[in-house]
Design a protein around this ligand. Structure first.
Ligand SMILES: Nc1nc2c(ncn2[C@@H]2O[C@H](COP(=O)(O)OP(=O)(O)OP(=O)(O)O)[C@@H](O)[C@H]2O)c(=O)[nH]1
Length: 315
């Protein structure tokens, strides 16, 4: 299995989804029929319900009418582009206005294209097809840019961004957020005794095992440094983070990868430092990293192949 797809991210094999926001049911039906073989479609009859559907279904492309009761198409487009959840959906305006002024207004609101009504069906299909292809290519490149080339886990840059996002989300929702820092024990000895290529293989196998061992969809693994990984564990209590850390430790040990480490264990093992708490002003995002890192250091000091829970150094 491709590591890029192990956790369900960047899966470009599914059919694209197009959301049609138009107050005319006739237009909705015509567009749905027109796109039936290109994409799955969803319809909304006004801006507000269109926004709600866009947030929950994350369509690849949105065909957006301008004149609608309540929010007009430009306001809907700006709201889509302002939200992290919907900004990546491409928007094509489908409107009875066909002058330059409206075309410019559509593009400056964040749309990628503009089609005038009455529309030529072949042209609408061709434009939708073009933007779906571009959208898929962008998703694929974005996926590659956030991955570590050797192990297929998320990379440090993605971790740094996503950690801040998760921290803010948990702060708003008053939920406990968990973090595990994971380091392969005596990894230098793998390189020294078995060679650098074998070291790379161990990194790949441990990474794959960590990814496959996570059990909840929003959890993810990132390569944090050379032989160090981070597990981000949303909505996770102090008790749960300790249990997850130990589960990961057991899973790596059960791979039974041969290793002549001074522990005498004979197989590759990991040490894990964990920390979980509700975010607060006294506990900024960086404090979790400090606490988990300190705990990881303790796990190494106490003999490795173990999990230690950190205490907040600031709170
Ligand atoms: N093969 C390989 N080795 C790497 C990679 N990145 C870092 N390393 C090696 O990982 C080793 C890490 O060694 P140390 O930090 O000394 O720690 P350790 O041997 O794992 O020992 P402890 O962490 O104290 O248990 C170094 O020798 C690095 O060269 C990589 O991508 N591939």
């Amino acid at each position: 299995m491709d590591l890029l797809q192990l956790d369900g991210q960047n899966d470009i094999s599914t059919r694209p989804l197009v959301l049609i926001i138009d107050d005319s049911q006739l237009n909705q039906r015509i567009l749905q029929a027109l796109l039936a073989d290109l994409a799955d479609t969803l319809c909304a009859g006004d801006g507000e319900s269109g926004l709600q559907l866009a947030r929950s279904k994350r369509p690849d492309l949105i065909l957006l009418d301008v004149e609608m009761p309540g929010m007009d198409g430009y306001a809907v487009c700006r709201a889509l582009k302002d939200s992290e959840l919907t900004a990546e959906s491409s928007v094509i305006f489908v409107t009875s206005h066909n002058d330059t002024e409206h075309e410019l207004a559509a593009l400056s609101a964040g749309a990628v294209d503009f089609v005038s009504k009455p529309f030529n069906q072949a042209v609408v299909r061709a434009r939708v097809q073009t933007h779906l292809t571009l959208q898929r290519q962008t998703q694929f490149l974005r996926g590659l840019a956030s991955r570590d080339g050797l192990t297929g886990t998320y990379n440090r840059r993605y971790f740094d961004q996503q950690w801040q996002t998760e921290y803010r989300r948990h702060y708003r929702q008053g939920e406990s957020l968990g973090l595990a820092l994971i380091d392969i024990d005596y990894f230098k000895l793998v390189n020294d005794t078995q060679g650098h290529a074998a070291g790379d293989d161990v990194l790949r196998l441990v990474a794959r095992c960590l990814i496959q061992s996570l059990r909840r969809p929003a959890e993810f693994i990132a390569r944090y440094g050379g032989e160090e990984f981070a597990a981000v564990l949303p909505c996770c209590t102090a008790e749960e983070v300790l249990a997850t850390g130990d589960w990961l430790r057991q899973q790596v040990q059960s791979l039974q990868l041969p290793h002549q480490s001074p522990t005498g264990l004979g197989v590759v093992s990991i040490s894990v430092g964990v920390f979980a708490a509700k975010p607060s002003d006294a506990l900024p995002a960086g404090a979790y990293l400090q606490a988990a890192d300190h705990a990881l250091y303790e796990a190494k000091q106490q003999g490795r192949n173990r999990v230690i829970a950190g205490a907040s150094l600031t709170g």
